[in-house]
Design a binder for this molecule. Sequence first.
Ligand SMILES: C[S@@+](CC[C@H](N)C(=O)[O-])C[C@H]1O[C@@H](n2cnc3c(N)ncnc32)[C@H](O)[C@@H]1O
Length: 274
Amino acid sequence: MAPNPARACRRRRSAQWRSARGWRRVTTSPRGPDGRPLKVRVKKSRGRTTSSQKWLQRQLNDPYVARAQREGWRSRAAFKLIELDEKAKILRRGLRIVDLGAAPGGWSQVAAKKIGLEEGQGKIVAIDLLEIDPIPGVTFAQMDFLTPEAPGRLMEMLGGQADLVMSDMAANTTGHKKTDHLRIVGLVELAAEFARQVLAPGGTFLAKVIQGGTEGTLLGDLKRDFAQIRHIKPAASRADSAELYVLATGFRGRALADAAEPAPGDADEAASPG
Ligand SMILES: C[S@@+](CC[C@H](N)C(=O)[O-])C[C@H]1O[C@@H](n2cnc3c(N)ncnc32)[C@H](O)[C@@H]1O
């Protein structure tokens, strides 16, 4: 019998529903001749709600999760990019895009559709620590963006300049607010540095930050290198989360960004009397 995706989806959601409410599966023995349990009981677990149950409860109560499943997006994050694009018109046919922190692939799916990737237009290169199921036309590398080889590898995959560098990277949270804040700021700073290396003049940089995360040096550098900076909080971004997106448009070009960076050795020359 052909698999029925709607039925599989219903079954998965009902399993999630049971798990989120503290039900756990108990498999009785003996097993039948086909190795499957003769009886499967579902029992309510005692004790406090675990963090994974809380996560599941949030998922089940989240309209974007259900909508993503219905519409075939790999993540609820897809709606954030859809909304950012509705507000700021960042995706156009034929664009060359770098997607940083791409897994499970929602943003790449949205971007691929908008730029006409399946019709042979534009290009998307993507990177993540995690593996993703292939997306037609998207060139993906499973690697840590923080490793020194990552920027070079991405540039090689891209084979030219980019029109848009987008980063939805989020480091695993530790629960320690200050550490989490510093980690995400570190990721955005590196992503912005990479954007300066690969963007064509007029290009766009979009990145997830957390409130207060684009103040100081990062914001100053972005203002110097891009014509316009905006902060946007899409409705799909959870209200109780401090995340928001910084959108920098109108890249002024590498020459300017490079001129602002002291070249290696400049400091020594300036300091040397002769
Ligand atoms: C919120 S998810 C991205 C969701 C994605 N935009 C989508 O639409 O499906 C954040 C991703 O950032 C990735 N990430 C975090 N740190 C990273 C790093 N140093 N290098 C590469 N990916 C990283 C995580 O593995 C995770 O998959």
